[in-house]
Design a protein around this ligand. Structure first.
Ligand code: PLP
Length: 442
């Protein structure tokens, strides 16, 4: 199972793409992401902490979604916020995947990466006038409209520009997504979308919209959803609304069923039932032959990424043993923000006995904890550790809290790696800051 050190490294050099053995029960997930790149050599070259993304895994996720949908072709609009790395977006563009954006900045990134405007949809409850104008000028395919106020703004701005905008109503179906409260978006108490009643009224009044073609429905009930039932319920309600609107004489050209597909954050997690998800869509939308859109984010990238980090110290407390990593909550916020679980795998070359650790970062907050009482192989200072499932909402939510520069990001494929974001320098970290000596009156 474990090959000795020297032949292994030599093998890597001679045969790029050869799997690197890791002495751990989660070795398969780790090896899949590193895709033949030696994590030790990578950490030496790029430093830690460092995000590692597997191009092959992302492509595989795109393909598996496309395969599941083969009986009902759909347009994938990748939710950029999950991981807006330029390299990731370029990969999406090359695979023909579009983008779901929630800001002008995301549109800018998507366009620069080569995603055509015609495959971009714009969601979000707080679109600013200048963002709407920029999106109209770019000619994006559709606005997912979340309030009556926004619909009025879109009508006004589109008529100012002499353009006709395609719009979908984001319906809030009042469905519990059975996920973490902070990433649930489809209950009536959430800020997202409008009720089905309100959506009905929008369509009834849509004749007065000269520069908005209200011809789409949109729903997105939350993230990290592993049960098909909430999807079935939500998309079912949208399907009922679609039938009702068609019967009332409205043309519905697109139905966007959002994102939210859950992923496995621990080896024991069950994967979302993709066949069940697709059949829920098919059943709810039987007879709909317009454009079907999906907005997966996490599903495409989460399991394709790890956060590679080094052990700084092993600290024996009175009650607990702490493993202090060089990665922290500023690099990966999910554990502190959502109490999220991430599998943490030491990348030892030979197996070691098990230990129980609280796995923490160096940031001055108790919340800077990746795991509590986690059983894993014993570690020593200098050891490498991979935090799995970090490809989505990892680097994209990172900050420089505690004045820790943003981590490097690399993409790997078949035994090779490319730095896709170099580690931020201190100068870059303070770019734009200046002493308070340019005082103005306001
Ligand atoms: C965040 C978001 C998504 C993607 O969610 P995932 O859980 O990452 O798939 C899709 N659509 C909208 C409108 C979003 O806000």
């Amino acid at each position: 199972m474990f090959s000795p050190l020297a032949p292994r490294w030599m093998g890597r050099l001679l045969f790029p793409g050869m799997p690197i053995m890791i002495a751990s029960s989660d070795s398969h997930a780790v090896e899949t992401v590193f895709d033949g790149v030696d994590p030790h050599a990578l950490a030496q070259a790029v430093g830690t902490p460092c995000y590692v993304y597997s191009a092959a895994t992302i492509r595989h996720r795109i393909a598996s979604l496309a395969t599941a949908l083969r009986s009902r072709p759909a347009t994938l609009c990748y939710a950029v916020k999950a991981n807006p790395s330029f390299a990731v977006l370029q990969l999406m563009a090359a695979e023909g995947v579009g983008a779901d954006i929630v800001s002008e900045g995301e549109m800018w990134r998507a366009l620069r990466a080569g995603i055509p405007a015609g495959r971009i949809v714009f969601s979000g409850v707080g679109k600013q006038d200048r963002e709407i104008l920029a999106a109209l000028d770019a000619g994006i395919s559709r606005f997912n409209v979340e309030s009556a106020d926004e619909l009025a703004s879109l009508q006004r701005l589109a008529s100012e520009r002499g353009r006709v905008a395609h719009a979908a109503v984001r319906v809030n179906p009042d469905v519990d997504a059975l996920t973490h409260a902070k990433i649930s978006t489809g209950k009536s108490e959430n800020k997202f979308g409008v009720s089905i009643d309100e959506a009905r009224r929008w369509f009834a009044g849509s004749g007065s919209l000269s520069h908005v073609r209200l011809d789409g429905l949109h729903v997105h009930i939350g993230s990290q959803i592993v049960d098909v039932a909430p999807f079935r319920l939500a998309i079912g309600r949208v399907g009922d609304l679609w039938r009702e609107l068609v019967a009332a004489g409205h043309a519905i050209r697109s139905i966007d069923v959002g994102g939210g597909l859950g992923v496995r954050y621990r080896a024991s997690d069950r994967a979302v039932d993709m066949a069940g998800y697709v059949s829920a869509i098919r059943e709810a939308l039987t007879g709909f032959d317009g454009a079907l859109l999906l907005e997966p984010g996490r599903y495409l990238v989460a399991e394709a990424g790890v956060l590679l980090t080094r052990v700084l110290r092993v600290k024996q407390g009175d009650e607990r043993q702490f493993l202090v990593l060089d990665a922290a909550m500023n690099d990966l916020a999910r554990p502190s923000l959502y109490d999220a679980w991430h599998d943490i795998v030491p990348l030892h070359e030979t197996p070691r006995s098990m230990q129980v650790y609280d796995v923490v970062g160096p940031v001055c907050e108790t919340g800077d904890t990746f795991a509590r009482e986690r059983e894993m192989e014993a570690c020593r200072p200098g050891d490498l550790v991979a935090i799995l499932g970090a490809g989505a909402y990892g680097a994209s939510m990172a900050s420089t809290y505690n004045s820790r520069p943003l981590a490097a990001e690399v993409m790997v494929e078949n035994g090779r790696y490319a730095v896709v974001r170099r580690r931020q320098t201190f100068d870059e970290m303070i770019a734009g800051e200046q002493p308070a000596n340019d005082w103005q009156i306001a």
